[in-house]
Design a protein around this ligand. Structure first.
Ligand SMILES: [Zn+2]
Length: 77
């Protein structure tokens, strides 16, 4: 306990991801701009950058579009 690594999909640089909550600017879409102990994301709309730990991102991420991304509705938990 305490070390519960949430499963984070494999991320690659410049990959687009969607978060559960919109940025204040209204965009759900972010681009991965840094990979490491922390994950850097840049808002697709306003360009703001944030750093999230992998665990935080795993909790906030909604979907990491992959080869065949399903529609939003099917991935809502
Ligand atoms: Zn934004």
């Amino acid at each position: 306990m305490g070390y519960n690594v949430a499963v984070l999909p494999d991320l690659t640089l410049h990959q687009r991801v969607r978060l559960r909550k919109p940025h204040p600017c209204g965009s759900y879409e972010w681009v991965v701009v840094r990979l490491g102990a922390d994950i850097g994301l840049e808002c697709c709309q306003c360009g703001r950058r944030v750093l999230l730990t992998r665990r935080e991102l795993a909790r906030r991420i909604k979907i990491a579009p992959q080869k065949s991304a399903p529609t939003d509705e099917t991935t809502v938990k």
